[in-house]
Design a protein around this ligand. Sequence first.
Ligand code: NAP
Length: 305
Amino acid sequence: MSSTWHILGAGSLGSLWACRLARAGKAVRLILRDEQRLADYQATGTLTLVEGEQRSHYAIPAETARGAGPIHRLLVACKAYDAAPAVARLAPRLSAGAELVLLQNGLGSQDEVAEQAPHARCIFASSTEGAFRESDWQVRFAGQGFNWLGDPANPAPPPWFDDLQEAGIPAEWRLDILSRLWRKLALNCAINPLTVLHDCQNGGLLGHLPEVDALCAELTVLLQRCGQPGAAENLQEDVQRVILATAANYSSMYQDVRQRRRSEIHYLLGHALRTAARHGLVLPQLEHLHQRLVDNLTARGLPGT
Ligand code: NAP
């Protein structure tokens, strides 16, 4: 089986992974959105990774979904709302037993992708690394972090897992990946929407702790009810710890809204509320938060899903 890493989406995280894998001598190919993006990339010819003052350039080959040849290993690095449609276009090229690594934040997109690729193995990832695009084809590695990978359907790590260490990508194989993703989702629901509504850095929520605590109480009930008691443990304390530790930061949702980009609300707060409804739970604080956020996004001319 080919060991090429196909990278779907050469945005912030996709480029960060692609450059590090290429630097370690791994075979990497980018899959770009369309012919126009491919022509843009080919005019530059390289991806640039900026780390502090250092810039490195990697001439990574690229193609579109219409390229030829089977795909055995695919890193899906699109936003959550783009992941399933992007994978659907590649489905004819996925080999039997192909492995997909899903970098999307939140929950829900993983199941949407799995529906498009029913014969593939879907490996879920949760990342705390930070990267952003300084310009097209140039990404800045902005925050050291960690990656947890796991497969809720299969406890065995994939044979290529050591590639990550060789490429300097900090990662650990976890059997409880769903718990990690739920915990991150809960932290996100308790913090990110309020930073948009109160127009503040994370630390600004120290002035709104009763509101934060009320959300944590409902999120705890939800996590316990949906079979994730580990993700519910000490949620409120953890949320306050994160607010303090990241007081000067702007949340990812805040940044999306500020830059007039579509947010991933559907896979964060939206997923929490859809799960609550499936379990017959009524969570008035979270529902009210969702409505306020949708109204806020709509008033800005941004999608509310
Ligand atoms: P991003 O910078 O917006 O990159 C997404 C990329 O996907 C873009 O390059 C986009 O192409 C591409 N794309 C969309 N549809 C495509 C298609 N059909 N075919 C090929 N490419 C397609 O997003 P990101 O920040 O890397 O985020 C990716 C995921 O990682 C999100 O779920 C995010 O929440 C999560 N995450 C990000 C970070 C971070 O620091 N950035 C940290 C943790 C988690 P164009 O360039 O043509 O628009």
